[in-house]
Design a protein around this ligand. Structure first.
Ligand SMILES: [Zn+2]
Ligand SMILES: [Zn+2]
Length: 358
């Protein structure tokens, strides 16, 4: 615990835009921004690999020049330095999701909706700082991480670091809309896409008490979804069969895929009952398809972005109470490139977590 904290942090950085078939991160040291009274520094135990990491370092969503870029925003570690206003103490095990700062003053922040800060939330990586030395934040594929303690959540003793880490982004991204739109007993929920997000979506929906269906293109995940707590499996490849059985019955459809040309009008909206809601949490590069008004009559189409620190705490408690756990494969942090190659090739079942080996 008393080991000295280095003045520079070292991570695995994309030095330039990456090729998604052959990642080439390199070891890179950087000087963290000035330490504030509400900051903590954590020694990172592990960090999950999220789809956003890939979009950012391959410039999939937008071209940018914020390199070298250390990504990673599913971080768990031990506090090694705690500012007097951080709310944490040295030795605590905490985690960060995709957000590490916000204005803390706007009407959304003061209601505990920091993820919807009106001035924009600060990303755990690639987030703008006001620091000349480190103008944007660097993430969790690294040895240490420094940020405001307000956005770090305590990890309950019952959860392992490697399975807790992916909940901090993937988990809360699905938990927040399920909770907000009332997933619970008597409700029928469909989780579209069974991957890093979706396999947690099925579990959290079932943990909240809803009748939960997995909706997937591929039959190959049918056995998995039963183990995750789904009461049924719907093959989206056969829309006619699915509509014959489930038309006008779903209260919530949670779309976790990045699919282009999502069949909203012909398939997903007809699956909703009146009063039902389809929530989009994936971000297709091309945006959503144009939807005419008529299929939306009596129904809602909405979106959701990560979750707040308060929601992260609630989610972790539910995970402990109901035994929700991420299906992970751990990889040594030094093998980040291989893990990214495998992730981009769709091999994860369902999350890779990079682990610092000391
Ligand atoms: Zn993420
Ligand atoms: Zn704000």
């Amino acid at each position: 615990m008393s080991a000295e904290i280095p003045t520079q942090f070292t991570g695995h950085a994309a030095m330039e835009p990456q090729d998604e078939h052959k990642f080439d991160l390199k070891e890179h040291a950087y000087t963290p921004r000035k330490f504030d009274d509400d900051d903590i520094i954590i020694k990172i135990e592990c960090c999950g690999i999220c789809g956003t990491d890939i979009h950012v370092i391959t410039c999939g969503w937008e071209k940018h020049d914020r390199f070298p870029a250390i990504v990673g925003h599913e971080i768990v570690g031990r506090v090694v330095k705690a500012g007097p206003r951080s709310g944490h103490k040295v030795g605590d095990r905490v985690g960060y999701g995709a957000e590490c700062g916000s204005c803390r003053e706007c009407s959304n922040c003061t209601q505990g909706l920091e993820n919807y800060c009106l001035k924009g939330n600060r990303g755990t990586y690639q987030g703008k700082t006001n620091d000349a030395v480190q103008p944007f934040t660097q993430g969790g594929y690294a040895d240490y991480y420094q940020a405001s303690g307000h956005f770090a959540v305590p990890i309950p003793d019952e959860l392992e670091s490697a399975t807790a880490a992916p909940m901090l982004c993937a988990g809360v991204t699905v938990y927040s809309p399920l909770k907000r739109w009332g997933a619970g007993p008597g409700k029928k929920v469909g989780v579209v896409g069974i991957g890093g997000l979706g396999h947690l979506g099925v579990q959290f929906s079932a943990a909240l008490g809803a009748d939960t269906y997995a909706i997937s293109h591929s039959d190959s995940k049918k056995d998995d979804v039963a183990k995750l707590g789904a009461v049924g499996f719907i093959a989206s490849a056969d829309q006619d069969a699915a509509l014959a059985q489930h038309r006008n019955t779903f209260d919530i459809l949670l779309v976790t895929t990045y699919q282009e040309d999502l069949p909203l009008v012909e398939f997903y909206l007809p699956l909703l009952r009146i009063g039902g809601n389809i929530v989009i949490v994936g971000l297709p590069n091309s945006g959503l398809p144009k939807v005419p008004a008529r299929p939306l009559f009596g129904k809602s189409l909405s979106g959701s972005l990560i979750g707040s620190p308060a929601e992260m705490r609630d989610m972790l408690k539910l995970a402990v109470d109901k035994g929700v756990t991420t299906w992970v494969e751990t990889r040594p942090m030094k093998d980040a490139n291989q893990a990214l190659d495998d992730f981009a090739a769709g091999k994860a079942r369902y999350r890779y977590v990079l682990v610092n080996e000391d």
